[in-house]
Every structure is written in C-alpha cells, then in structure tokens.
Design a binder for this molecule. Sequence first.
Ligand SMILES: C[S@@+](CC[C@H](N)C(=O)[O-])C[C@H]1O[C@@H](n2cnc3c(N)ncnc32)[C@H](O)[C@@H]1O
Length: 231
Amino acid sequence: MALQNYIRLDDALCAYVRNHHSGAGDPVFLDLREETMRLGAVAEMMIPEEEAALLSILVGAMRARRTIEIGTFTGASGLAIARGLTEGGKLLSFDRSKEWTRIAQAFWRRAGVDDRIELRLGPALQSLEELEADWTFDFAFVDADKTGYDAYYEALLPRMRPGGLLVFDNMLREGRVLEGDLRHDPDTEAIVRLNDKLREDSRIEGVLLPIADGIYLCRKKEGVIPLSNHH
Ligand SMILES: C[S@@+](CC[C@H](N)C(=O)[O-])C[C@H]1O[C@@H](n2cnc3c(N)ncnc32)[C@H](O)[C@@H]1O
C-alpha cells in the first residue's frame, strides 16, 4: 500500500483548486492582488485566495466575534477574517508597515468591512504586550516574521478562549522544513522548531495542513489552565 496518498499539484491543478471556492473571482480580492503585485517581489507574501476563503469559513463556522491577526500586509487575510465575522465581531490587525497597511485600509473600506477592523501599527510583540489585559480571542492568524512566531504563540495562547483557534501560516516554508542543516535559514529553523513543539504541546490539539505554504491549525483545549511553561 502506498504510504504517500497526497497528489502533487501542477500549475493546472493548482489553478483548478484556486477556482473552486465560494467567492472565486471576487473583484475586490482580484484588485487587491493586482495592487499588491505593483509592490514587486514582496507581493508573494499575500495569502492566496483559497486560503483567504478557508479563513473566512473557519471564522464563520466558529461564529467568532473577537479575532486578531499578526501580519496585515496589504490586507488579504484581514479582509477574509472580517468577512467571516459574526454580527458585532471585530478584528484587531497588527503590522509595523504604514505603507503596506495603507493599501489594506483602502481595500477594507471598499469591501465595507473597515468598521470591523482596528489596525495597530508597531512591532507586533510589543503591541501584544501592550494589549488590554482582559482582551481574549476566539480566533488568531499569525503571518509575520517567522522567528517571532513562538513568542506570538506564547503571548496569544493565554488570551485564546478554550476551544479557540490559532492559525499559523507558512509552516512548510516551500518544503525547506525538510532540509537538514538550517543554520543559514533562521526563519525556517524557527518554523521547524515550532512545528515540533506544536506536535508535543498538550495545551492544544493541532494539525498541519498542506494548503498554500502550509498552515498549522491549533485548537486550544477546553479546561486547560494556560501557563506559559505548561506543555
Ligand atoms: C507575510 S506578510 C502578511 C501577509 C498578510 N497576512 C496577507 O494576507 O497578505 C508579513 C507582514 O508582517 C509584517 N511584520 C513582519 N515582522 C513584523 C513585526 N515584528 N511586527 C509587526 N509586523 C511585522 C510585515 O510588515 C508584513 O506586512
């Protein structure tokens, strides 16, 4: 029996997947992609539209009201999360770039979700540390500097409600997680460490999904008292 039951996606199959989600071809998302492409090579940081669709579905399925993202960029994930929010829901979005988030804010306005999103500019860990002490979240999306992920995780987990969902992006690093010697690639090294840590972490149940560049879905267990060294 074949152990490998994943198919390889060539460009055509990838395009097929990308074209089969609710809202495929959404003009706001397509225009946002076009605008982001004008920034040059950094545009590859934008999440693809099928991943955006998944975020909306997850947020909607949870009936999430209090959500947070680390890594706004030009606003694709924020748009997706905000669109999934239930009545009265809010998204707190953290980034340190004024230039890129200006684009995000313009597109959130155009999509009519700007009133649900609060953008906070600055180094994300500091913004997290300065966050109102009693704020908790149903859903979190982490998509910023990779070496910061573990610190974001430890800062966010105590603020997640039991059963809340934490989602990490780029957890396959385009396959580089399999490379043996990662001393030259601290970003991937940090992600490999976090992937291993999440597998062993008894505070959550998690699964690594091969969509886009890989996302790790972590559900905070019910009834677990969050202590930072408890795993
Ligand atoms: C991969 S992009 C986010 C993509 C975005 N989620 C989307 O859907 O298009 C990473 C973003 O994280 C931001 N970032 C990186 N390090 C940061 C830090 N230490 N504090 C705040 N923002 C940071 C960058 O400015 C960039 O906009």
